[in-house]
Write a protein that binds this ligand. Structure first.
Ligand code: FE2
Ligand code: FE2
Length: 474
């Protein structure tokens, strides 16, 4: 069904035919707008921003571009096309028809999964709300705002499901999604990572590369769900999410490119000299990478999880790209896990495959993360330098799971807490790293200009030139 933009809430779910639902969502809409104005991007609400808006949900041509003031963005409810023959793709009910309504016994669990996903969407908008002031260019400013409005739309996506399928409980959860706030002492966001403010653009690029990619894998797992409306919602969200990771990937790429230019110009690899010239030395980039990668790993949960096993058994949450596996039931098979042996070493344990689903998903995520690292390294190699970026071990700096609180080096070898503390400044952003990065953060809001710590992108948005006036500040 095509998207109807004539209604107050744009949608492709024939909202007009369900008056009660429509009215409930129209009641939530002004609360969302209040939240956006209060906790969305600070001080840029009247700027005209070159944004894309979804116009259809098929793979081709789903976006139109134009100048919009962010509070006028047409947030709405868009689900991927329904496949009337879709069957359950994994678990105990493999091969049966998918559900259009929620079986009573899974109501509470599905509500929890949807709320947890939904909570991250507005959280990231809140985390990034001050970044507009320090954007390195109008191009970047526009990308930030595109990410922000789409995270707002992802909140709409989850709120639609809550309203449409969970009755009064769902409506209450939808209210609470606007009441919890990132970093709030009394009502924080649900997941730890989403309570840390993002104060600088290196962190923003790391966040969109690593943390939005966690979102990608969560959405991929939910896109496999037997609850068809959830699967279709998440499928369409994934197409929007791709841009967020593009922002992170190309952002880090451009930072490295600029660093390499400075290294060449000055004929040095000395971090001090590179900083003197206003660029970001590669070891600092590695430390930020270590921080954001390890913090995003925790979002997948414990390696061994009976919840994950029951989500899989009951068909609620599958593995990303479930069709690539041969065995969709995963009973009677085992997963080999390296865990701390309690005396400074590592032991191997066999656990039932279904209990290892978080770790399976994390593994797919890690391989996906590594693709970017390889691309960035090619850039460094081509410039003739030996330095290589690397993902740290999945054991490094974990707070959740078997390796939670177990100190290791970035290669994943267990070490003493003392050793970790003495060497940590070489592995994670130190206070002086952060001070230096902050010192670079000055907004460049003039058309055609770019901050000195980052190279311009290879191309602009939607065939426009890089120096296009992507945000009209007035
Ligand atoms: Fe999102
Ligand atoms: Fe995102």
């Amino acid at each position: 069904m095509s998207i109807n933009y004539t209604e107050r809430i744009p949608n492709n779910v024939d909202l007009g035919s369900n008056r009660i639902l429509q009215r409930a969502l129209e009641h939530w809409q002004p609360e969302f707008l209040n939240w956006w104005k209060e906790l969305g991007p600070r001080d840029f609400q009247v700027a005209d921003v070159y944004l894309r808006t979804a116009t259809s949900v098929d793979a081709k041509g789903w976006a139109t571009y134009g100048f919009v003031r962010m509070p006028d963005y047409r947030w709405g409810i868009f689900l991927a096309e329904r496949d009337p023959n879709r069957k359950i793709g994994f678990g105990d009910s493999f091969g049966q028809d998918v559900w259009q309504q929620i079986p009573g016994e899974y109501r509470a669990i599905l509500r929890r999964l949807i709320v947890t996903q939904g909570d991250t969407e507005p959280a990231s908008v809140e985390q990034q709300r001050m970044l507009g002031h320090t954007a390195p260019s109008l191009y970047d400013l526009r990308n930030l705002f595109q990410v922000n409005v789409e995270e707002g739309r992802h909140l709409w996506a989850m709120v639609y499901l809550l309203h449409a399928y969970f009755g009064r409980d769902g409506r209450e959860e939808a209210e609470e999604l606007l009441e919890r706030h990132s970093g709030d002492a009394d009502k924080p966001r649900i997941l730890g990572t989403f309570n840390e403010p993002i104060r600088d653009w290196l962190s923003f690029f790391m966040f969109t590369y690593f943390t939005d990619r966690d979102g990608k894998f969560q959405l991929k797992s939910l896109a496999e769900s037997s609850f068809d409306p959830l699967a279709r919602t998440c499928s369409f969200m994934l197409t929007e999410e791709a841009h967020h990771m593009f922002v992170g990937d190309t952002g880090i790429n451009r930072v490295i490119k600029r660093t390499l230019e400075v290294m060449k110009e000055l004929n040095t690899e000395d971090p001090g000299a590179i900083r003197q010239a206003g660029a970001i030395d590669l070891p600092t980039i590695q430390r930020y990478l270590n921080f954001w990668f390890s913090s995003s790993l925790d979002l997948f949960g414990s390696e061994q999880s009976s919840n994950a096993a029951s989500y899989f058994a009951n068909g609620l949450k599958g593995r990303p790209d479930e069709t690539q596996y041969e065995d969709h039931v995963a009973l009677g098979t085992a997963y080999e896990l390296g865990i701390p042996d309690g005396s400074g070493g590592v032991k191997t344990e066999q656990i039932p495959m279904r209990n290892a689903m978080n770790e399976v998903t994390r593994g797919s995520y890690v391989r996906d993360c590594d693709l970017g690292v390889k691309r960035w390294n090619r850039l460094i190699e081509k410039a003739g330098y030996d330095f290589r970026l690397a993902l740290p071990s999945t054991r490094f700096r974990r707070n959740i799971g078997a390796w939670g609180g177990v100190p290791t080096d970035p290669q994943g070898s267990p070490i003493s807490q003392e050793e970790f503390d003495t060497r940590k400044a070489g592995w994670l952003p130190s206070e002086s790293d952060q001070t230096y990065i902050f010192s670079l953060m000055h907004g460049v809001h003039e058309q055609g200009k770019m901050a000195a710590w980052i190279a311009p992108p290879d191309r602009g948005i939607n065939n426009n030139p890089v120096d296009y006036e992507y945000v009209r500040l007035s």
